[in-house]
Design a protein around this ligand. Structure first.
Ligand code: NAD
Length: 516
């Protein structure tokens, strides 16, 4: 296999494991047509736990992107014509490749993104699970036969590949989101072009290396899977590229809307997974210890940098004081620290930019009348550490409508289920939501027509931690896309409604003499 890494030895002993992922202190950031190359700017990837450099990556230039896309377009037809179960076998081998590197790749997720080690390993496991799911799916991409109203006619729906799927991903799930998209896109017969986040390029390269090795071992064209490290310029090239019928975008609502307008202008399709602003409702009959554990996990896990992080806690007045007391006790025990260290529960924020987002957010909270119950400050250490924060504030405050991407939880008091649902639904975003109750009437109201307006509607579990078997995604400003399980695969294919006349007459033309 041609390697994209240049020098070999890392200065820091604790980074030596990266060599086993094919990484080096200096790396080439574009894999296209089976060749590693890169002629764009060089970026340094930073360890969020100490703000020291890990390695450098030379990003793709627009010429690298274009050369890679030519190889991708050449590979397209061959991959579309490969039988789906054979494509599934390739994805199975990718899963095996990931399994072999699970602890190392998981550690890299933790090191470069900043989430704690079990979450890093869990993220790679999710990709592996997606591979398994997609292998089964490769034998089930079935259409349907529909009764025709015309005599001697058959009508059916046939699903065919789109050709090429562009995948643009966010920093907070630098590996799994590619997995959600690529596993399904590949078994559906599409080539994949991936641009990861500019601040997690090592993850992009290490993951690509595992995937590329499978295509090379099977002597398949390298153009079936392309990665191009870069920022807005490469992302924008993907959005504008008419060779790419579907762009799956995961990131902020602001950038997602921009990408959508560009792709729609060229009549392409988008699959959007955008910002969340998720709530947990705790009713007066909830099992409080369960609710407290779930809220802590949902609000502080991944240092509040999940799209499904709980940002709003809506508590019935009868249990409000007890809930808050339990939560404050739990918050005080959370160990904030280096992401790869064993006993850390809350790692750093991803970058200095995230730190200023937190500081600005806290300023706004205070200016808009928020009362900080615990936390609210940055921690004076070399890494991007902040205190897990609980805030009492009016639900009408403007800041509550925004996604503050850190461990900041707003708490509100309500008197009834109706009030709680209205509050849950009152923000622009619509990703995840959960209610804690033991009352069946409450549960079925919550999941019914007048309940939560989100894409994920849970009961007695946190807002995060979705299983891959279900369709994942959200409504409103979250973009409306669905990824992973259920029938999400349909978005990666083109549906043809085919009507076949197997008789000798055309019923519509009866009564006309064509002279034949
Ligand atoms: P972001 O929007 O800043 O960046 C996302 C991606 O878009 C990156 O790869 C970035 O380089 C690229 N990009 C930037 N400008 C672009 C442009 N003009 N054209 C094309 N691409 C461009 O988001 P982020 O800060 O990396 O991630 C955090 C956000 O992602 C949060 O809002 C979070 O809720 C969201 N997110 C959503 C989901 C979901 O499934 N709904 C999952 C993960 C993250």
């Amino acid at each position: 296999m041609r390697v994209g890494a240049m020098a070999v030895k890392f200065e820091r002993e604790d980074y030596q494991f990266l060599t086993e992922l094919g990484l080096a202190p200096e790396n080439l950031g574009c894999y296209g047509g089976g060749v590693w190359r890169a002629n764009g700017p060089t970026v340094t990837t930073i360890n969020p736990s100490d703000n020291e450099p890990i390695a450098t990556v030379r990003e793709a230039s627009l010429e690298d992107y274009e050369d890679s896309m030519k190889a991708c377009a050449d590979a397209r037809r061959m991959w579309m014509l490969t039988p789906a179960p054979k494509r599934g076998e390739i994805v199975r081998q990718i899963g095996d490749g990931l399994r072999a590197k699970l602890p190392l790749l998981g550690k890299l997720v933790s090191l470069e993104m900043g989430k704690i080690l079990p979450e890093g390993i869990g993220e790679v496991q999710e990709f592996i699970d997606m591979c398994d799911y997609a292998v089964g799916l490769s034998r089930q991409l079935s259409g349907s036969i529909i009764p025709s109203e015309r005599p001697n006619h058959a009508m059916m729906e046939v699903w065919n590949p789109l050709g090429i799927v562009g995948v643009i991903t966010a920093f907070n799930f630098p590996c799994a989101v590619l997995g959600w998209n690529a596993c399904i896109a590949l078994v559906c017969g599409n080539c994949v072009v991936w641009k990861g986040a500019p601040t997690t390029p090592l993850l992009t390269l290490a993951t690509t290396r595992i995937i590329a090795e499978v295509f090379e071992r099977n002597k398949l064209p390298g153009g079936i899977f392309t990665c191009a490290c870069g920022g807005a310029e490469i992302g924008s090239a993907i959005a504008h590229d008419a060779r790419i019928p579907l762009v799956s975008f995961t990131g902020s609502t602001k950038v997602g809307m921009l990408v959508q307008s560009i792709v729609h202008a060229r009549h392409g399709k988008v699959l959007l997974e955008l910002s969340g602003n998720n709530a947990i409702i705790v009713m007066d009959d909830a099992v409080l210890p369960l609710a407290i554990r779930a809220v802590l996990f949902a609000a502080v896990g991944t240092a509040g940098q999940r799209c499904t992080t709980c940002r709003r806690l809506i508590v019935h007045e009868k249990v409000y004081d007890d809930m808050l007391e339990g939560l404050l006790k739990a918050y005080k025990q959370v160990k904030v620290g280096n992401s790869v260290e064993g006993d850390t529960l809350c790692g750093p924020l991803h970058s200095k930019l995230s730190m200023s987002g937190f500081t600005e957010g806290i300023k706004k909270i205070k200016a808009q009348g928020g009362n900080i119950l615990t936390g609210g400050s940055t921690i004076n250490r070399a890494g991007n550490f902040v205190e897990p924060t609980l805030v009492e504030i009016s639900h009408d405050a403007e800041v509550v409508r925004e996604e503050l991407f850190g461990p900041v939880l707003y708490v509100f008091k309500i008197k009834s289920l109706e009030e709680a649902i209205e509050m849950n639904n009152s923000v622009p975003q619509g990703l995840s939501s959960s209610i804690f109750t033991r009352n069946p009437e409450t549960i079925f109201t919550w999941i019914g027509p007048t309940g939560s307006d989100c894409g994920i509607v849970n009961v007695n579990i946190p807002t995060n931690g979705a299983e891959i078997g279900g369709a994942f995604g959200g409504e409103k400003a979250t973009g409306g896309g669905r990824e992973a399980g259920s029938d999400s695969w349909k978005q990666y294919m083109h549906r043809a409604t085919c009507t076949i006349n197997y008789g000798k007459d055309l019923p519509l033309a009866q009564g006309i003499n064509f002279g034949g």
